[in-house]
Write a protein that binds this ligand. Structure first.
Ligand SMILES: O=C(O)CCC(=O)C(=O)O
Length: 329
């Protein structure tokens, strides 16, 4: 079993692992916390006369309401990491007890252990994404990966140069809603991870995008559809993107990452800590409050430089690692 998971992930670049999480116990608490954030935003930004009525709306109607209030960088309130840039003392992020529970979830770590081995660290490259139907999005958000489509990329490309070279990292993508082609699942190309790290270019709003990614449109795509309770694993060199949400409903997910302990996180000084080890003394961060303290300490370090992460994209000399050269050779 152990070798199969690892072997299959390295062979295909992705794996869908069924029935790992329980909606009520593991996932619903995160949605509850998102709703709590919505309530706080309503209290702060809604017109006084609308507050009571709006607080009684359901999750989706509440979110639709606040998304029309023109709140600056709204996605950041629901995203479980510091903003990429303009980090300020008041910068908010979605680090909740429920997410801490998910990052340290035993069933997830049992799967990750089969890929990375017994010494595992939580990697700070992580996001939580609420995606409304695309037709409800402002034009400026359609190509923003937090609320809209995500461009073709490899996850290793969002690390700093040391991380790109040295870090064994796996992505654990978690759906909070059944995820299908219609509501904007991720897509990939089988075995394309075997090409290794490729050249990337700056994409929309500072996103990291594979160079010549148009060439992938012609290739055969695998739909990474998943049920609630499943998790999707991505190899760090898997090339993937996400489709538009063409449904009438929300598509909500988290993407967490883990790396082999002792390797660079690729996003220093953001939190990178043991979540599993044979030596229990390594598990120094043992509860939500300690985790939050790590993020606040990281924020202190990011404020003077104003950004949380900003790295040279993978650009190998002489275009030798351009997708165009590799698929035509
Ligand atoms: O959830 C999405 O739309 C994209 C996620 C993704 O690209 C990632 O986790 O690397």
């Amino acid at each position: 079993m152990k070798n199969n998971l690892k072997k299959n992930l390295h062979e295909q670049g992705y794996l869908i692992v069924k029935n790992i999480l329980n909606f009520k116990k593991d996932l619903k608490p995160v949605l509850n916390d998102m709703e709590f954030v919505m309530d706080c935003l309503i209290q702060k930004y809604a017109r006084k006369k609308n507050i009571k009525k709006t607080l009684n709306l359901d999750f989706k109607k509440k979110y639709s309401y606040i998304s029309k209030l023109n709140i600056h960088d709204l996605d950041q309130y629901f995203n479980t990491r510091l903003p990429r840039d303009h980090v300020k003392p008041e910068s908010d992020y979605f680090a909740t007890q429920s997410l801490w529970n998910l990052i340290t979830n035993k069933n997830i770590l049992d799967v990750v252990e089969k890929i990375l081995g017994k010494e595992i660290m939580s990697n700070p490259v992580q996001n939580t994404r609420i995606k409304q139907p695309e037709k409800k999005l402002p034009k400026s958000s359609v190509h923003d990966g937090l609320s809209g489509r995500t461009p073709w990329h490899q996850d290793a490309a969002v690390l700093n140069s040391k991380g790109q070279k040295l870090t064994e990292m796996v992505t654990v993508w978690i759906p909070f809603t059944k995820t299908t082609k219609k509501n904007g699942c991720m897509i990939t190309v089988k075995e394309i991870n075997k090409m290794g790290l490729l050249n990337h270019v700056p994409g929309y709003r500072g996103q990291v995008e594979l160079k010549n990614s148009k060439l992938l449109d012609k290739m055969k795509h695998v739909l990474l559809e998943a049920d609630v309770g499943d998790i999707i694993l991505l190899h760090k060199h898997s090339i993937h993107c996400s489709l538009p949400n063409r449904s009438n409903d929300f598509r909500i997910s988290a993407d967490l990452r883990y790396n082999v302990a002792g390797q660079p996180s690729g996003r220093e000084p953001l939190p990178n800590f043991y979540v599993r080890s044979k030596n229990k003394n390594n598990i120094k961060i043992q509860n939500f409050k300690q985790w939050l303290t790590l993020w606040e300490r990281a924020k202190e370090k990011c404020i003077p430089r104003k950004y949380a992460f900003k790295y040279p994209l993978p650009t190998f000399k002489n275009n030798k690692r351009d997708l165009s050269n590799l698929i035509n050779s």
